[in-house]
Design a protein around this ligand. Structure first.
Ligand code: ADP
Ligand code: MG
Length: 621
């Protein structure tokens, strides 16, 4: 039989142990943040119990008087933080304070390795805030009782690899964290110091934080205050608390809406990208409250996935408190709130795009690729989203909006040209752009995965069609040029060129769909394009990358009739000895291979490529 009252000893899971070594040994100067983390946990615990009590009246005994109490004992040199929240069971303690790998720990350790020790302030962002207590404590006791359970437990550790759990004594549910302060951390026994820390970091906590009979914080939910009464510092602290973030919010969207579905939203757009932005689950991180009762951390159906960078809270008294989280998610009122929030967010972005274009570029670099998902996800707001999209282009190094692109269109240009690929810095040097550059026609350079997908759904903007420069005919002839273009071009349909084309087609056979004279090349001899109606080149690349496509699509090989090599080859192909001309045969393959190489691909057959290249070089020697 296991003795239920015995003291059990456990080892911290390896990553936690490593983290503790860093925390305990750090000379981090903002050590006071440990108190922010403890108060934040205490407040979360009260939120959780208040929610549980909604559906389990047995838990509701004291659910009106939640509070966090601090106690200083100068003699014992302890500081304790108590709450009357949800508390922890034996298993909760094991899972949350010690053994199981928490997803945040690894990421946090990585960030510490990269950066200064100053990054320790980020500890709360990675879901390991509790461990910050070891910056100031020799040892820590956690006395806790879970709501609805009989037994209390005491967790203790000196943060050096092990912790113990044993039965404890506690009258009410909740948790008390007792810090046995380090010698050099006695400052946290001073009331004025503690008072100041709470005011600085925890004023926004909606439960009273007490020191004796004194309430140290404002203790009213920050979003219920009039927007003008909330200071920038208060926003920043609340944002840190509610989003586990540590940057400053770039934008604050605080709206109190009265109407069919009244709701208050206090949303933040971060100034830097959170590390889980592309997590497969793509959860929202906006907390839902109903009439100031915390309901859920990430409610499906509250925030569209393309706005998942938003942080903050939404509170509505028009939603029902007495239904489960799952039922709430399918409440049509929630969908109304979602639409209203989406419009507000897009509206605010639009305003800031014109008011603070430089800051908007920073926003775009962080979240543009996410926002563009909205072009597919939310057809009803598609046009509004397109308006606030920004793109790299051949115009200059800066990002452009679509309307600015259209403002620069040439006479006769009824098309928005784009080239999509893996990397904007590489695409910009692609041969496909030569003719466009020569004519001064701007091309958008798209390098986010999502680009290829929204372009399947959206064919035009303000009456101009989107068209890939790697696909079909160019229509460049129709566009007036303001730059001097060399008009003394050779006839594209010269008999010599036709003979060359015939010879190449014969030699390359099935590996190309067609061979044609090009209008898009000025410097390079060849390029490969997708035929009208065929899958675009970049899409093919993406599908292959994801294993959804095996075979190569045969492409059209375009020849630059004005390139000196092509001209010479054409002369050589004149007449009909081509079929037996070994050099022409090699040249046909080498032309195809160099087109592949400039697209970032390997030659079709590397061994043959090397042989052919050498035999051609030999001829020239
Ligand atoms: P986070 O708060 O981001 O989850 P922490 O390291 O601060 O990370 O806390 C870890 C976990 O420990 C919490 O998620 C919670 O489950 C538990 N916990 C910590 N403090 C308390 C408390 N006062 N009451 C109940 N549970 C707590
Ligand atoms: Mg915490």
């Amino acid at each position: 039989m296991i003795d239920e009252n015995a003291k059990e000893t456990y080892s911290f899971q390896t990553e936690v142990g490593q983290l503790l070594d860093i925390v305990a040994g750090s000379l981090y100067s903002n050590r006071e943040i440990f108190l922010r983390e403890l108060v934040s946990n205490a407040s979360d615990a009260c939120d959780k119990l208040r929610y549980e009590a909604l559906t389990n009246p047995a838990l509701a005994e004291n659910s009106d008087q939640f509070s966090v109490s601090l106690e200083i004992n100068k003699k014992a040199k302890t500081l304790s933080v108590s709450d009357n929240g949800i508390g922890m069971s034996h298993d909760d303690l094991l899972e949350t304070l010690g053994t199981i790998a928490r997803s945040g720990t690894g990421a946090f350790l990585e960030s510490l390795k990269d950066g200064e020790k100053g990054e320790l302030g980020l500890i709360g962002q990675f879901g390991v805030g509790f461990y910050s207590v070891f910056m100031v404590s020799d040892s820590v006791d956690v006395l806790t009782r879970k709501a609805g359970e009989e037994k209390s437990w005491q967790w203790s550790s000196d943060g050096k690899g092990q912790f113990t759990i044993e039965p404890g004594e506690r009258e009410q549910c909740g948790t008390t964290v007792v810090l046995h302060l380090k010698k050099d951390a006695k400052e946290f026994l001073e009331e004025t110091r503690v008072r100041h820390i709470i005011k600085t970091y925890s004023d926004h906590i909606s439960f009273p934080v007490m020191l004796g009979v004194e309430t140290l914080n404002s203790a009213s939910a920050i979003w219920t205050r009039a927007p003008k009464d909330v200071t920038e510092e208060q926003h920043t602290e609340f944002y840190h608390h509610t989003s586990h973030a540590f940057d400053k919010p770039w934008l604050v969207l605080h709206n109190q809406i009265e109407g069919a579905v009244s709701h208050t939203s206090l949303l933040y757009i971060p100034s830097s990208a959170p590390f889980d932005l592309y997590d497969a689950e793509r959860k929202s991180h906006v907390k839902l409250y109903v009439n100031r009762v915390f309901i859920s951390e990430n409610t499906n159906g509250l925030i569209p996935t393309y706005l998942r960078f938003l942080r903050g809270v939404v509170d509505s008294e028009d939603l029902s408190l007495n239904v489960s989280r799952e039922m709430l998610q399918s409440d049509p009122k929630l969908a109304k709130i979602k639409t209203a929030l989406s419009k507000k967010a897009i509206g605010a972005l639009k305003k800031n795009a014109s008011k603070a274009p430089q800051e908007y570029v920073n926003f775009w670099e962080n979240f543009g690729a996410v926002l563009k998902e909205g072009l597919i996800e939310d057809p009803s707001l598609r046009d509004r989203i397109l308006e606030i999209c920004r793109f790299s282009s051949t115009h200059n190094g800066e990002l452009t909006s679509l309307s600015d692109y259209i403002g620069r269109c040439k006479d006769g240009q009824d098309t928005i040209y784009y080239m999509a690929g893996e990397d904007a810095n590489k695409i910009v040097h692609s041969p496909h752009l030569e003719g466009f550059k020569a004519k001064g026609v701007e091309v958008l350079l798209l390098s986010d995965h999502v680009d290829e997908f929204w372009l399947q759904h959206i064919t035009e903007f303000e009456g101009k069609k989107f068209k890939s420069v790697t696909r079909g005919a160019t229509d460049l002839d129709k566009i007036d040029s303001d730059q001097k273009v060399d008009d003394e071009k050779d006839d594209e349909n010269s008999p010599a060129l036709n003979d060359l084309i015939a010879a190449i087609k014969l030699e390359l056979g099935e590996s190309v769909k067609d061979v044609r004279p090009s209008k898009r090349l000025t410097d390079s001899p060849v390029c490969l394009i997708a035929d009208d109606g065929d899958m675009d080149v970049n899409m093919e690349r993406l599908l292959k990358q994801h294993g959804q496509l095996k075979d190569n699509m045969p492409r059209v090989l375009e020849l630059n009739p004005n390139h000196k090599t092509v001209k010479k080859l054409a002369e050589r192909a004149k007449g009909n000895e081509a079929a037996s001309d070994a050099l022409l045969k090699d040249a046909a393959h080498l032309l195809l291979d160099q087109a592949r190489i400039s697209d970032g691909k390997a030659p079709a057959d590397p061994t043959e490529f090397v042989r052919r290249l050498n035999s051609v070089m030999y001829c020239a020697l």
